[in-house]
Design a protein around this ligand. Sequence first.
Ligand code: HEM
Length: 217
Amino acid sequence: MEQMLSIEFGLILKIHRHDVFGAGTDTIFASLEWAISELLRNPHTMKELRQEARKIGQGRLAIPEDDIAKMPYLKAVLKEALRLHIPAPLLIPRESTKEVKLLGYDIPAHTQVMINAWAIARDPSIWEEPEEFRPERFLNIRTDYKGFDFEFIPFGAGRRMCPGISFAETIIELALANLVYKFEFTLPSEDGLDMTESDGITVHRKFPILVIPTPCE
Ligand code: HEM
């Protein structure tokens, strides 16, 4: 069953509902597991985020969606997690509709184009200490993943960019904020966390995260 999805600029897309389900679940899952992995590897970041969550949560049962906008550090954590661990590192293959010249290269019409967003997000000529997980880098810059800053395009860009961006942002931020608000996490061993990636269109952790969650007082 296909549904017509009408989005901004009057562009009409035909999107299969299985595409929406597939594109929306695996990517959110991957983003959340990488964000938590990085927080576990960077205790000072975890502490900073927990402090922000406690300030906003104020002892309530949970942080509601309306309060997420007041959590700039959380937003920076998500951006930094998406920069280092783009769920779909090569985005989705696209095809040129007409002949174009790009950076001195002639690209004929109907050429399959793959964009290495992973390499762009770790390019040392753009990012200072690109391999480091430092959410602070996003606190004082306007760079965002909404498709206007080509150095950071985990959701793609242009008319075929991800239509689930707001939904993904809301779900991941809400889950992350409340996990950190309600639990302390510790690793079961001193060996640290193996960050090996799996193969695939969506990149997950090769080995599941094993953590001990302790409910916060
Ligand atoms: C962190 C979460 C997500 C990431 C990183 C992500 C990333 C992407 C990327 C890179 C593309 C291709 C864009 C391009 O080629 O320029 C895409 C397309 C798409 N995404 Fe997402 N996505 C996420 C969540 C979601 C969610 C939650 C939904 C639906 C509820 C969704 C639905 C789709 C659909 C239907 C397309 C195909 C659009 C088209 O071809 O015109 N995505 N996504």
